[in-house]
Design a protein. Sequence first.
Length: 504
Amino acid sequence: MAVSKVLLQKAGCALDLGDGSERGLYVNQDYILQKLRKIHRGISLMYTYYPNDKGWPGRASVVHKQDTPSGAWNYPYEDYFPYRGGREGLRDDEPFKFMKEIRQRGMDVVLTLTMDPELKREDLIQVAKDLRPYGRVLLRVNHECTGSWFCFNKRASYQQLADFFVLVCDVMHEYAPNVKMILCAGMYQKESGKLEMEDIFLEAHKAADIWSGDQYLSLHWGWPVDVATKENANYACYDVDDVYDKAKATYLRLKEITGQDKPMVLSELNGDGDVTGAYEQANMMRHFMERLEADEDEWLSGFTLYQFRDDGRLGLEITDPNNSDVGIEQPLLGVYKKQLHKPFFSQKIVNVSEGETAKAGSGTSGSVKFPVKMRWGNSEDSEGLEMDFDVEKDPCFAELYFDSPELLAANLMFELNGWWFYKAPGTKCIDLMSYFFENKIAAPQKMKLRIFAPPADGLNHPFDGSDPFTAGDGDWMNNYYYELPELPRLRIEYEPVALSKHYD
């Protein structure tokens, strides 16, 4: 088979996926991969950090329990799960165990932190050191900051929140340059021709690495306190085209007032089935994504679908009320999965070398020699290998085996015609047949299997072996390197091992 070097590059529009918030628990990445058969650019986690508060680090709804719940933000601090790094330094607790899992599976961490705006520079430096070993981290601090509902809005003026964001940017850029700061602030107002509070947040927009807004196509903000009905006013439903135009106008206005051009994302986007029902929810998202794909300007860098599993109706699945470990698939999941696999929303994989003939498990001579040094930068910038193989017809078995101790210990991701498979350290065999179950082979063809090597423990480590949480600047923060000793052994069989009887 031929082996080539490839580059993983960004999509026309990247897709991130929310996984856990005040509305639902985190779902493991292996389950999500089996459901969607494809990785995202990043997985969005939502946490809160108020280390000076009474009751910290307990979750707000637990330590400040209300007899009659009145909403996630009607507590002293937001009812997200607590961030256990910083002063506590529990880097094996939440959210770090999930961050490691995300990076092992070839995706970036998109971390939302609501933070006490009275925190000092020294507190922020601790957080920056927490995030150093996680490669490219997209960090969103105090999102929807031009609103009035979050707890940080009740503690500080809008100008103080803007200044605090600039402070966080300064600290991250100095102590954790791998962290890219997202400002999620006010969006374009058609009546005024300006962004909401654009003067107050101008310097924050200039300091940010990424511009953002949150925009729902429909939303029941009264959840879980009430049920959306035609008789109450705790919900909204918008024209999808109006939402699209507003978001695009926000990006254009940001370019105008800052004199800069930065990536624009929508950090929370979905329709709420509580308002529209499940079928229209799916239709609204499909229309938004189809319009985005058809727009020649390609102005949006990416968006986050909020979220995978939701206790209400804002998820690809809703939580089974009898068992929170179980999700109930919604019509949106199938619609979103189809869009997710489109080339426009998929990372590009570009061949950068001419193929050299290789045998699985061999040390190949030529331009691709084993062991091969592979670089994992992030989910939009990484180096891998591509192996060509012939398929005669629909297989009965298609498997990858990792025979040597070195391969057995490897942490690898495989891409086959847009489907992704994960191999954890210690896994001996990966079954590729799930691809062929849904993609029948009607005639002989050549197929390509791509191999990438994200960090085996989810962390980047300094090349000199020093502590990643205290080490200074260096390429290690942005890049992880691994030597692949040999190719895995590919087994393809077209007939069963044995048959007891043929059934028509």
